[in-house]
Ligand binder design. Structure first.
Ligand code: FAD
Length: 385
C-alpha cells in the first residue's frame, strides 16, 4: 500500500505525524522535507537571545529520533518538485513516490521587498532555524562582546518580539514601520502605545510612518547605512526584515490545486484535489472564514482533526478561541483578535484590559497587557464565538 506522505517538517508536518500515529500505528507514513527536519519550536526563535539559547540548543528532538518515535520513513534535505494528483505521485529531488493520501505542510516564506542600495542583499529574515543560525552568527561575529546594532523592518508581532529580545540582550535596536504604532493590525492604539513605551524603556528607537528605502555599505567598516522613505538615515550592523510571510503555493498551484493567498482547504482540510490535504502557515482555512492562521494553536487543532480524518474518522475542523501570547517580556501581552471585517470598536474596560465590542454589542475579542495577562482564561469565556 502506498504510504501517507507528509511534505514539510515544521510544526504542522511533525504534529500531524504524531497525532496520526496515536490513532494508527501501522499504515506506512513518509515525511519529506527540504530542510534537515530537526524538531524545534519556532516561537523560541524570537526569545532565544535573552534565554541564552544558541541555534543548536533550540533543537528539541533531532530528525532521526523523531522519525524513529513516529515509525516513519524520513527523507530530509529532499525537495518535492511536482505533484501528479491524478496518478497520486510526487516528484522529488530523491526520485518519485506514490502516495495514498498527501499532506501539504509546506509553510510560508518571508516577504522580500525590493530595496535600493549596494547592501540590500544583506537584509536578513528569520522564519527557520537555519535563518536564525545565520542571524546568530552575524550578531556574534568575530567579537561577541561588541553588541551589534540591529535595524528591524516591521513593528508587527514578530518585529516587536525580536526588538524586545535583542534590546534586552544589550543590542541597540531601531524599528521602522509605515503604520502609526506597534502591532497596529491586532491591537488597539492604546495597547500599542504601552508596548511602544515599554520597549523604548529598553532603548528601542522607533520610526513610524516610514519605510526602508535603501541599504548601503559604509566604506571602510562593517556597518550599514539605512535610508528611510522620510529622508532620515540610520546606521546599523544588521538589517532584519520582519514584514510578514507569504504562503508557499507554487507547488500546489502547478498541480492544479485551488489557491488564493494560501492553499484553500475545506472544513476537513481537504484541498480541491481528492486525497490531498493542507494545514499550517501554507493553508487558508474554510473553518476560519477563508483565512490563514499562522500560529501554533491553530496548527495543533488542525493536526488533530486531520490525523483523525486520515485514520478513517472524517473529522470536521472547528477552531476554538485561540488567544496569542506576544513574547514581549517588557510588557507581556495577550490578544484574541476579532475575525477580520468584524464591525465594532476596542473599548478599554480597565487598565490593561480591552474588549472588542461589535455593532450588536457583543464581545468579540480582548487584549490584556502586563499583570492583566493572568486573566486570559476568564476573558476567553466572555467572548462570543
Ligand atoms: P514551517 O515551519 O515553515 O514548515 C514548513 C516546512 O515545509 C519546512 O520543513 C520546509 O522545509 C518544508 N517545505 C516547504 N516546501 C517544501 C518542498 N517543496 N519540499 C519539501 N519540503 C518543503 N506562533 C504562535 O502561536 N506563538 C508564537 O509565540 C509565535 N512566535 C513566532 C516567532 C517567530 C520568529 C516566527 C517566525 C513564527 C512564530 N509563530 C508563533 C508562528 C508559528 O511558529 C508558525 O505558525 C508555525 O511554526 C508554522 O509551522 P508550519 O509547519 O506551518 O511551517
Amino acid at each position: 500500500m502506498a504510504p501517507v506522505i507528509i511534505i514539510g517538517a515544521g510544526l504542522a508536518g511533525w504534529t500531524t505525524a504524531r497525532e496520526f500515529r496515536k490513532l494508527d500505528a501501522t499504515t506506512p507514513l513518509m515525511l519529506i522535507s527540504a530542510d534537515n527536519a530537526d524538531f524545534y519550536a519556532k516561537p523560541s526563535l524570537s526569545n532565544a537571545l535573552t534565554q541564552g539559547r544558541t541555534p543548536e540548543r533550540l533543537v528539541t528532538t533531532p530528525a532521526a529520533k523523531m522519525a524513529e518515535q513516529q515509525n516513519l520513513t524520513l527523507l530530509a534535505h529532499t525537495r518535492v518538485t511536482a505533484i501528479d494528483a491524478q496518478a497520486h505521485r510526487i516528484s522529488t529531488s530523491a526520485g518519485q513516490f506514490e502516495y495514498s493520501r498527501l499532506v501539504l505542510a509546506t509553510g510560508a516564506q518571508p516577504i522580500r521587498l525590493p530595496l535600493d542600495g549596494d547592501a540590500s542583499a544583506e537584509v536578513l529574515a528569520i522564519n527557520s532555524l537555519a535563518d536564525f543560525a545565520r542571524f546568530h552568527a552575524r550578531l556574534n561575529g568575530a567579537d561577541p562582546a561588541h553588541k551589534k546594532s540591529v535595524l528591524i523592518m516591521g513593528a508587527g508581532l514578530i518585529g516587536c518580539e525580536f526588538a524586545n529580545d535583542l534590546a534586552a540582550a544589550g543590542h541597540p535596536v531601531t524599528v521602522v514601520d509605515p503604520s502609526t504604532g506597534p502591532i497596529s493590525g491586532l491591537l488597539p492604539a492604546a495597547a500599542g502605545a504601552q508596548i511602544r513605551a515599554a520597549l523604548a524603556g529598553l532603548g528601542v528607537v522607533w520610526h513610524f510612518g516610514a519605510t526602508v528605502k535603501a541599504v548601503n555599505l559604509v566604506a571602510g567598516s562593517d556597518g550599514l547605512q539605512v535610508e528611510l522613505s522620510n529622508g532620515q538615515r540610520c546606521g546599523a550592523n544588521i538589517v532584519l526584515s520582519a514584514i510578514g510571510l507569504r504562503a508557499d503555493i507554487a507547488l500546489a498551484q502547478a498541480a492544479g490545486i485551488a489557491c488564493d493567498r494560501a492553499i484553500l482547504v475545506d472544513p476537513y482540510l481537504q484541498t480541491s484535489s481528492p486525497d490531498i490535504y493542507a494545514l499550517g502557515d501554507g493553508a487558508q482555512y474554510a473553518s476560519a472564514g477563508s483565512r490563514a492562521l499562522p500560529f501554533v494553536m491553530p496548527i495543533m487543532t488542525a493536526a488533530k482533526a486531520l490525523a483523525a480524518t486520515l485514520a478513517g474518522q472524517a473529522t470536521e475542523l472547528v477552531f476554538p478561541l485561540m488567544p496569542v501570547g506576544i513574547k514581549t517580556p517588557a510588557l507581556p501581552t495577550v490578544v484574541a483578535a476579532p475575525a477580520p471585517g468584524t464591525v465594532g470598536d476596542w473599548c478599554q474596560v480597565e487598565d490593561g484590559l480591552w474588549q472588542f465590542i461589535d455593532a450588536a454589542g457583543l464581545n468579540r475579542g480582548f487584549v490584556l497587557t502586563g499583570a492583566q495577562t493572568a486573566r486570559r482564561m476568564e476573558q476567553a469565556k466572555l467572548v462570543r464565538p
